[in-house]
Design a protein around this ligand. Structure first.
Ligand code: SAM
Ligand code: SF4
Length: 333
């Protein structure tokens, strides 16, 4: 294992999230309820060549996981071309090249992406009921997303993870149904607490369904046992079915059980800003450095300096907490 980039609290940075676009074809109410805010000009969006250069440098600095996200990353044209540029980094220390998507375009593209070198996908799926799905995402696309998950499985983009944001009054009654879905399809079902990163600024603590409640709701139907994995920098607590059925449960509880002390993540926005935390209120323009004729050594020096500014933790619970100006769709969840 390569030496890692290390922040000023001793945390190793191994995981880079790259947002490919701020745009999205969905309108999830917890993310982009009123549609996209004014887009950054296209000229500010990093090109595939710039993303490739940045990722190569991050991998040389010890990053082992790259996750492509957004907005909806599959809206970016010729995504397989980018995947093809990043896949060779696996010979240089990259262990995992993944994509987080709403799944809408997967039926047509899963195999092409696999062939280009993508390892696996995480698909967002907030409801198994057509009406609730529509209410949460703003589109009547449940069937299409289910087909996308099936296509990803067929193409071997596995292990597939499914993300559901659990929000009171919407889908908390479906938690055990999702666990049944995980068993039936042999996927890892990850439940995520609702975070204050919505463009509508409608987040309230009352709407958060805690990780603890999520587990209790599953255990009303299925007994769980802790998965024997080293939690390390993992964001989720992981559980298996006590009866040995396939599938796995992950519970991501950043609001009620913050895991900042083990955070290994850093983010690059579509317009080339490094964000050292989901909840950062400042950004660092790697784009300017990349476009400023900087040498490789200068880019590295810049990245190392930015990593040292990584926040110790998020401040959701502090009285002075300010929701970041940019939302999840900009930051890259
Ligand atoms: N469009 C893709 C998708 O939906 O999977 C990728 C980007 S999306 C911002 C990444 C993840 O962030 C999704 O799983 C989404 O559910 C999650 N997310 C968005 N807003 C959130 C919020 N306010 N709280 C918790 N998770 C959120
Ligand atoms: Fe789009 Fe993903 Fe945000 Fe939903 S969560 S609006 S699919 S970026």
């Amino acid at each position: 294992m390569k030496d890692a980039l290390t922040d000023s609290y001793g945390r190793a940075i191994r995981d880079l999230r790259v947002s490919l676009t701020d745009r999205c074809n969905f309108r999830c109410f917890y993310c982009l309820p009123h549609g996209e805010p004014p887009m950054s000009p296209k000229s500010q969006t990093l090109s595939y060549e710039e993303i490739e250069r940045a990722c190569e440098i991050f991998v040389s600095l010890g990053v082992e996981k790259i996750r492509l996200t957004g907005g909806e990353p599959m809206l970016r044209r010729d995504l397989d071309v980018l995947v093809g540029k990043l896949a060779p980094l696996k010979a240089q220390g990259l262990r995992d090249l993944a994509l987080t998507t709403n799944g809408y375009f997967l039926p047509d593209q899963a195999q092409t992406l696999k062939d280009a070198g993508l390892d696996r996908v995480t698909v967002s799926l907030d409801s198994l009921r057509r009406e609730t799905f529509d209410r949460m995402t703003g589109v009547d696309a449940l069937d299409k997303v289910l087909k996308g998950i099936a296509a990803a499985k067929l193409a071997g983009l596995t292990p597939i993870k499914i993300n559901a944001v659990v929000v009171r009054g919407y889908n908390e009654g479906e938690v055990a149904d999702f666990a049944a879905f995980a068993r039936e399809h042999g996927v890892m079902m990850r439940f995520i607490e609702f975070m204050p990163l919505d463009s509508g600024h409608d987040w309230s603590r009352d709407a958060v369904v805690s990780g603890r409640e999520i587990r209790e709701r599953i255990e009303e139907r299925f007994a769980l046992v802790p998965a024997r994995v080293r939690r390390g920098a993992e964001t989720s607590s992981r559980w298996l079915f006590a009866d040995g059925a396939p599938g796995e449960i992950g519970i991501i509880a950043p609001v009620t059980e913050a895991f900042c002390g083990a955070c290994s993540r850093i983010r690059l926005t579509a317009d080339g800003q490094i964000r050292t935390c989901l909840f950062s209120t400042v950004e660092h323009s790697l784009r300017d450095v990349l476009r400023g004729n900087s040498s490789r050594a200068e880019v590295i020096e810049y990245i190392e300096g930015v990593v040292l500014k990584k926040e110790p933790r998020h401040f959701i619970d502090d009285p002075g907490f300010r929701q970041p100006a940019r939302t999840m769709s900009f930051i890259g969840g």
